[in-house]
Every structure is written in structure tokens, then in C-alpha cells.
Design a binder for this molecule. Sequence first.
Ligand code: GDP
Length: 438
Amino acid sequence: MFENLTDRLESAFKQIKGEGRITDLNIAATVKDIRRALVDADVNYKIAKEFTDRVKDKAMGEKVLTAVSPGQLMVKIVKDELVDLMGGSESEFNAKGNPAVILIAGLQGSGKTTFSAKLANFLKTRSRLSPMLVAADIYRPAAIDQLKVLGEQIQVDVYSEPENKNAVQIATNAIKEARSKNKNVVIIDTAGRLAIDEAMMTEVANVKSAVNPQEILFVVDSMTGQDAVNTAKAFNDRLNFTGVVLTKLDGDTRGGAALSIKYTVEKPIKFVSSGEKLDTLDVFYPERMAQRILGMGDITTLVEKAQQQFDEEQARKLEKKIRKNQFNFEDFKQQLEQIKKMGNIKDLLGMIPGVGKAIKDIDISDDAFKGIEAMINSMTRQEREDPDLINMSRKQRIAKGSGKDLNEVNAFLKQFEQMKQMMKMMNKMPMGRMGMKR
Ligand code: GDP
């Protein structure tokens, strides 16, 4: 995410790194490079210019601090400005009501339907609410089916009226239905068009007046950069939405949308979405995003994602097994499954400071574990629980079953043994117990 911007900012800071102090003269090149980096990331020129003017003023106004080098100072100033530009602190999401109504709007293909399902899953699992999804796209029957398929995956009811061509009626009927079924949140996925058009705007605006939503979220594909910002403006003029959702941050996004939207529409980004897995939706934190843009990683999010997947009880059991040298393939398989649920592997690694840059050109797909899983799946339950059982003929069977050759199976078994030893050793160190209450 935003790799190019990260690289460019880093080289801008390098210019001033060796200097003893910041002067009018030596800051000029850095500021110019920062501005270019922002513009090339598809940030609107006016925003980039104001941004760098503020950075320059702040840098020049700083007293000379001996403890902080000009390079560090610039990074700090730019980080603070990025945080400000993206809205300062995270904003509230209002899901209170009987039921709370959340209206989802945006262009077709922006990721509205996928996001609606992600949000339903988020509210169900994290906020323990009982959501209902509503398919209010009256033009594309396929959109109703798509939402139904997603709803089934997350086990959330989907309300639709395939024969009804009146979105306002569908939405109001859905709310009645939600009340009768004791659902406390209704998420309405509205129709989108490929470009802004009057009929679509009128329809969404009518739905809005009829259902009086707690939240109106505008969904935008972050890969569309400046276009995203212009579309946001048009929707906001008509709908006065409450927040923005940036999707497809896993794709080749330059950053323009994330950095310009708040400034342009004066509405906060509330969620960011990357990937098609329904259990990966993140609340937007300007501070964390700024850190990621500056290549500082985002350990907070990484830890939170881990906490959502691994509970303490389980961690304790696992620790005990590791200590007794009983960690087996079954445990390993479960761990892999949980890691995969945390999200896209490359994204996760990128949250570790310094790692994102190192792996940016390496192709790490979510299939990275496939070979390992195939080998574990080809083991019998007994073999998984007692790796010592695996003799030559069993190895041959595992190789055949997983489509690997014998060398690969041997290498994997050896690696597993080494990993076990290492985990045991780490477990003895204070670091290995970090964060675990006992
Ligand atoms: P809608 O027309 O606005 O409802 O958009 P959809 O939810 O149908 O999404 C359009 C396409 O983008 C689909 O192929 C989705 O699978 C894909 N998509 C949605 N969200 C994301 C995302 O965060 N990342 C990626 N890579 N693809 C996404």
C-alpha cells in the first residue's frame, strides 16, 4: 500500500538528514520533493501545496533541538501533518437505534456490496449486534443474489423484494421486518451506476429521506485517486453523508484518495477495506495510516488483529504444549488457519516496521501455505498428533497424497522439528511470554 509514496518521502527526508540544522536554503529541496511525491500519489495540487507550506512553516519555526536531527524533525512534522490531513483522530460510528439504519452509497464496482457484508460481519462479531442486510438495488437482479451469497457466508439475514422496483418501499419494508425480527441494525446496500447520474442520486436521496439513517457511508474505490475525490464531492453535495469507506487498499493504490477526501468533503474516513475476505474490515485510524505511509509499520493493528483471532485460554494451552515439547502438526495447522484469518499475508508482514519495504517486490500470495497444508492434510490424525510415527513408508504416502516429492516432505519435517525446538527455547525467555497474563 502506498509504497511509491513511502519511498519518495523517504528520499525527500534523506536530503536534509546530514544537515546540522534546518535553514531556508536546505529545506527548500526537501519540501519540493515532498510536494512532488504527494502530487504523484494523486493528491490534489492545492492540498499538496498547502501541506508543504505548513510543513515548512513548522520546520522553520522549530527551535533548534540538539536531541533531534533535522531529518527526524521533518519526519515528525510530516507525520503530524498527515494525521491532521486525514482527520486527526478516529471518528465515531453510530449504530444505535431501533433499528439503527446504515445507508451505503457509491458507484457500481466501488465495493459497496462487499463492504456491506463486511460491515454486517463486523457489527455482528465485534459489537455483538444483530444485523440485517437489505438489497435495494432494483436494476441488477445479480446484485441481490450477490448479497444473498455473502449473507449466507456470514450468516446474516438478507432482505430483498426481487419484483419490487421501488427502492424506498423496499427500504421501509425492510425496517419493519427488522423490527419484527428483533434486528438492531439494518444495512441498506443501494444501487450504483458506473458514473454519477441524476436518477441514481434522486433515488438514494429519496431512500435517505424515507428511512432517516444514523449513518450514510459513501464507499469509494481508493485505486481511482482524484476521481474518487470528485465523486465523493458530488455524492456529498446531494446526500450530506456521515463518513467515507475506502476500499481496495490492498490493490495498487497511490494514496491520493486517502489523503485528499477528508480535506475536500470535510467528512471523516470511517472504515478501510482491503481484500475480499469478509472478516477483514478495519476502523480507520489517521495516526496508524500516517505511520504506514512513512514506512513505520503499524504494530498496533497487527497486535489487535492477533488478539481478535487468538484468545488467552488457547494461548495458554499452546504454551504448555510447547513447553512439554508436545506441539504437533494439528496445532500447527490450527495456527496457520488463524493467521490466514487475520488477513492478507503480505499486508500483515507490511505492518512490521521496516518489513513492508523489504518485501515490496516479493510475491507473497495467500497460497504460500498451500503446500504445507497439503502435506499436513495428507497425514493421518495419529501422525499429526505424534510426528515421531512418521517413518519412511508414511513419508512416501504423505508425498504422494500432497503431490510433493519425498525431499520436500523430509525438508518440511525437519523444519517443523527445528521450529519446535526454537519455540521451546523462545518460550523460556521472558520475550516469549510477552503480553500473556498468568
Ligand atoms: P459494488 O458494485 O459497489 O457493490 O461492488 P462489489 O462489492 O460487487 O465489488 C466490486 C468488485 O471489487 C468485486 O469483484 C469485489 O470482489 C471486488 N472488491 C470489493 N472490495 C474489495 C477490496 O477491498 N479489495 C479488492 N481487491 N477487491 C475488492
